[in-house]
Design a protein around this ligand. Structure first.
Ligand code: PLP
Length: 394
């Protein structure tokens, strides 16, 4: 028996446990302090009413013999795949339901997709980054090359045509930096991937936060992307499904490598290792894509967008550099007075009783930066910003 020793090379993920320990210690020492958390990546608003109604009705259907449903199609029910197909059509992307795979969220698919690729592949991953891309590749022992996402390139690394990559991770709007690729930039990435026969793994988990029609919400808005990209998306942040669990992955029919159809491979993988998302969850997800559902989810997103604007305005007022916040729930700020990420974490907690996420936890280029999220309540966000103003005056 040989163990997968690659697990030994994984870094322990201390980020959120260290944050929690520090906050607990602070609360123990200052029991009357009210701590505001702007660090979490989880939503605070509930599911929209239309989704809850559909969810409940479907649960009741499961309790009656004539409407009960057992195993469903591994790829997702047709009703949901068609709803997703129509959603994509609303921003100009034509997909066939066969290219859409319903899942229990983007995280699992992002990890599972690696079943399709040999271990001997060069993987490009931006730094700072959503840690799942890095860890899932390290688990398989793949060679990772990090792409520097820095203030100089607005946290949007571009391809170096003199170097070869096989797999490329792009996340736009980005977690943690909130940066969003333009059409022109994504065109360059698609040109690179087609030239190198590489595959882009495009994470669109935050696409619903894009509020300008000029900015791409899907890589498939770029001509040629269907020959070189897979897209992951999620209802977690769009519709508050973090605890309900539903996402989808698009593997285009046109994506072929070494005589293999990646869509067929993914279908084979899913039918072998996955038994689908529960029927009530898929009905709730379908309801999100109805006009009423979209309207209600939009109203929720607007609450987060207003919070983000409030954070962004406060930082602008204080003369603190930041990215994100406009087309993203994340605000990526430079730590004031050249503090390091953890130094600023402690300072902010001690002096303002506000919690955020140290940028260094997302990669070496995150050092000196800090992530704030707009997922708190408007009251908490406003209060946190008042404290910011009081402590970090210019
Ligand atoms: N991709 C990114 C960039 C994320 O930040 C997250 C969650 O925070 C996910 C994917 C995972 O989403 P899901 O809840 O659908 O698994």
């Amino acid at each position: 028996m040989k163990i997968n020793a690659n697990y030994g090379s994984l870094e322990e993920s201390y980020l959120f446990s260290t944050i929690n320990k520090k906050v607990e210690a602070f609360q123990a020492a200052h029991s009357s302090a009210s701590v505001i958390r702007l660090g979490i990546g989880d939503v605070t608003l509930p599911l929209c009413e239309t989704a809850v109604r559909a969810f409940s009705l479907a649960a009741l259907e499961q309790g009656k013999a004539d409407t009960f449903r057992g195993y469903g199609p591994e790829q997702g029910y047709g009703f949901l795949r068609e709803a997703i197909q129509n959603y994509y059509a609303s921003f100009g992307v034509t997909l066939s339901p066969d290219e859409i795979f319903v899942s229990d969220g983007a995280k699992s698919d992002i990890g599972n997709i690696l079943d399709l690729f040999d271990e001997d592949n060069t993987v490009w991953i931006p730094d700072p980054v959503y840690p799942v891309y890095r860890d899932t590749n390290q688990m398989a022992g793949r060679k990772i090359v990090y792409l520097n996402a820095t203030k100089e390139n607005d946290f949007l690394p571009m391809p170096d045509f003199t170097q070869h990559a096989d797999l490329i991770y792009l996340c736009s709007p980005n977690n943690p930096t909130g940066a969003v690729y333009t059409q022109t930039q994504l065109k360059e990435w698609v040109r690179y991937a087609l030239e190198q026969d590489a595959v882009i793994l495009f994470d669109a988990a935050y696409e619903a936060f894009v509020s300008s029609p000029e900015l791409p919400r899907s890589i498939f808005q770029i001509p040629g992307a269907k020959e070189c990209a897979i897209e992951f998306c999620s209802l977690s942040k769009t519709a508050g499904f973090t605890g309900t669990r539903c996402g989808y992955t698009v593997v285009p029919e046109a994506l072929k490598r070494n005589g293999f159809s990646l869509r067929k491979m993914w279908l084979r993988r899913q039918t072998t290792k996955f038994n689908g998302v529960s029927y009530p969850v898929q009905r709730a997800a379908e309801a999100v894509f109805t006009p009423e559902g979209m309207q209600e989810c939009k109203a929720h997103l607007q609450v987060y967008q207003k919070n983000a604007l409030q954070i962004a305005n406060t930082l602008s007022e204080l003369g603190i550099y930041y990215t994100g916040g406009i087309h993203s729930p994340y605000i990526w700020m430079e730590c004031p007075h050249s503090m390091k990420s953890w130094e600023f974490f402690d300072d902010l907690l001690e002096r303002a009783h506000v919690v955020g996420t140290p940028g260094s936890g997302f990669g070496v280029n995150g050092e000196g930066f800090f992530r704030l999220t707009s997922f708190g309540t408007p009251q908490a966000t406003q209060e946190a910003m008042e404290r910011f103003r009081a402590v970090y005056t210019r």
